[in-house]
Design a binder for this molecule. Structure first.
Ligand code: ISL
Ligand code: CA
Length: 565
């Protein structure tokens, strides 16, 4: 296999479902599998190919399913294995694939392996997790957990500490133990045999820890950065997984790799197919972080965004494969972050941002509600938050005086993960049609204006625009396989780029401001050629191009033409 081979997963569009917040079929306020099955025709109508399901396994929900207590059972609140099988079968009948979330850097502390492991030092499962003696009466090193506090938890029973890079209830599995790897590979095979179509791999670049467990550079909270990214055996373990499981099935695989550089991607998403198809990188969603800290934030600078996106587009072309995403269950809503969620510009800017991403090279991921231009939630009090990360941050950073209460609250409102976890807005009936009961987290009050029913029924809605972007990708090979060139790198207002394949060119132009902006078509392409092209999509109904045009606020269009030689 080489980096330019055609593959179905390169030509697909993925839709992420966060089951807890998608659709509740039995009125308990929690989304569930039967709720998803009921809405599969909606996803079919949107036109996506693959559904990535956030975890649906048995879990005490310390981190909404990212803490798994049994990898072969369905979470009680979500339904039964029969419900899962029915969902999978219905999806396949509709031609939709199902990608499972694989969370194996850690399990829940309620997993049987961990219960055994913590029970005694000589238990056969002891080495399934990472246990260490105290050092000078304290934690074995200074590592901090990604959710705040130390990454070590003292366990009285055996007078030792266990490692948890995330919540206390998410102990890290010990991947250096070959039995752990076999357990994980067996479990993956079991799901593949059921007929699932792929895996999204949670924090997969953190599974191999530096065995010396060295102290890390302390951040603002006082804890050290864990030496866990790109650890010494990470590629060896992923290649073993590939040999023993992935290569035996025709799957789509994406590894979540926070902190990965584009160079790292060439190793994880190798053209020779020995590891994963693609990774989720984080550079573009970290551009509004404060220095060293997620919870101080700044405005995204468009020129920096262009630099980051372009670097990934160019470096991976022909050598690896990109994933394309703005949103997921860990990120705030993109229209509130990068666009403009005022009534006047919400739809226009949502369409512009979508155009910008969907015309790039890579496999696009749409997060539930993004296709409606769903917005951040208007939080007014701490009681409205559910997320372990946000709640912990609000407590710890104030205690440590890193930020004031007002600062952290403002920041969590802007960037907190609950923004994207509010229920899917289906219609304008009570609780947005998500549940007949009381939802586990508040519905965004703007559901009367923003909901699927209204948008499916309206030709110029954000929903129909996404539907068209997805269709264009299917119809125009250049969108999937063409090369990329950035235009006007210095502009702080316009993001314009070209894609090329043989003699075909796409000109993609996006105005990221709420102002009229003059754009010289010749900046991108020769006018004579522009004159001969066709407009593939435009959020203002623009049909033709002249030498100089005035871009309207948040205007986006895609012009396709043949380059004369
Ligand atoms: O959202 C984040 C905190 O700022 C990220 O750092 C996130 O924790 C990181 O991307 C890992 O995310 C994944 O693993 C976590 C889980 O909470 C996230 O929902 C998941 O996507 C632990 O399993
Ligand atoms: Ca339910």
């Amino acid at each position: 296999m080489s980096g330019t081979d055609k593959k179905w997963w390169k030509e697909s569009v993925v839709y992420q479902v966060y089951p807890r917040s998608f659709n509740d079929s039995n009125g308990d306020g929690i989304g569930d599998l039967n709720g998803i099955t009921e809405k599969l025709p909606y996803l079919k109508e949107l036109g996506v190919d693959v559904i990535w399901l956030s975890p649906v396994y048995q879990s005490p929900n310390a981190d909404n399913g990212y803490d798994i207590s049994n990898y072969r059972e369905i979470m009680t609140e979500f339904g039964t294995m029969e419900d899962f099988d029915r969902m999978l079968e219905t999806a396949h009948e509709l031609g939709l694939k199902i990608m499972m979330d694989l969370v194996v850097n850690h399990s829940s502390d309620e997993h049987e392996w961990f219960r055994e492991s913590r029970s005694s030092k000589d238990n056969p499962y002891r080495d399934y997790y990472i246990w260490r003696e105290a050092k000078d009466g304290k934690e074995p090193n200074n590592w901090g957990s990604c959710f705040g506090g130390p990454a070590w938890e003292y366990d009285e029973q055996t007078d030792m500490y266990y490692l948890h890079l995330f919540a206390v209830k998410q102990p890290d599995l010990n991947w250096d133990n070959p039995r752990v790897r076999e357990e994980v590979f067996d479990m993956m095979t079991w799901w593949c045999e059921k007929g699932i179509d792929g895996f999204r791999m949670d924090v997969i670049n953190m599974i191999s820890k530096d065995p010396a467990l060295p102290d890390g550079r302390p951040g603002p909270g006082g804890y050290g950065d864990p030496s866990a990214h790109n650890g010494p055996h990470v590629h060896e373990y992923i290649q073993e997984m590939n040999r023993k499981v992935l290569s035996r099935y025709d799957l789509i695989t994406v590894g979540e790799c926070g902190g990965a550089t584009a160079e790292d991607a060439l190793d994880y998403a190798r053209a020779d197919g020995k590891e994963l198809n693609m990774i989720f990188q984080f550079e573009h969603v970290r551009l509004d972080d404060g220095e060293d800290i997620k919870w101080a934030h700044r405005k995204i600078d468009l020129t920096e965004l262009k630099q980051v996106m372009s670097k990934w587009q160019i470096l991976l072309h022909g050598k690896s494969w990109n994933s394309l995403y703005w949103c997921n269950h860990d990120q705030p809503r993109i229209v509130s972050r990068l666009g403009n969620d005022s009534p006047e510009y919400r739809e226009l800017s949502a369409k512009m941002i979508a155009t910008n991403l969907h015309m790039m090279q890579g496999t696009p991921y749409i997060y539930q509600g993004e296709e409606l231009g769903m917005t951040n939630y208007p939080f007014t009090s701490i009681d409205e938050f559910r997320d372990v990360e946000s709640l912990h941050a609000m407590q710890e950073l104030v205690e440590k005086k890193v930020l004031t209460e007002e600062e952290i609250f403002e920041s969590v409102c802007y960037k907190g993960r609950d923004n994207s976890r509010t229920p899917m807005q289906w219609d304008d009936s009570s609780e947005a049609g998500f549940t007949t009961g009381t939802p586990w987290i508040n519905v965004n009050p703007n559901y009367k204006e923003i909901n699927a029913k209204e948008q499916v029924g309206r030709e110029d809605s954000v929903f129909h625009y996404y539907q068209k972007l997805i269709r264009l990708r299917r119809e125009h090979e250049i969108i999937v396989y063409g090369s990329y060139r950035l235009l006007l790198p210095e502009s702080r207002d316009v993001y314009a780029y070209e894609r090329s394949l043989k003699d075909e060119v796409l000109l993609v132009v996006c105005n990221f401001t709420d102002r009229d902006i003059t754009f010289d078509v010749e900046d991108g392409s020769a006018l004579a050629e522009a004159g001969k092209g066709v407009m593939l999509i435009s959020n203002y109904g623009r049909e033709t191009l002249e030498k100089q045009i005035t871009l309207k606020p948040y205007e986006a269009f895609v012009w396709k033409y043949h380059r004369s030689v």
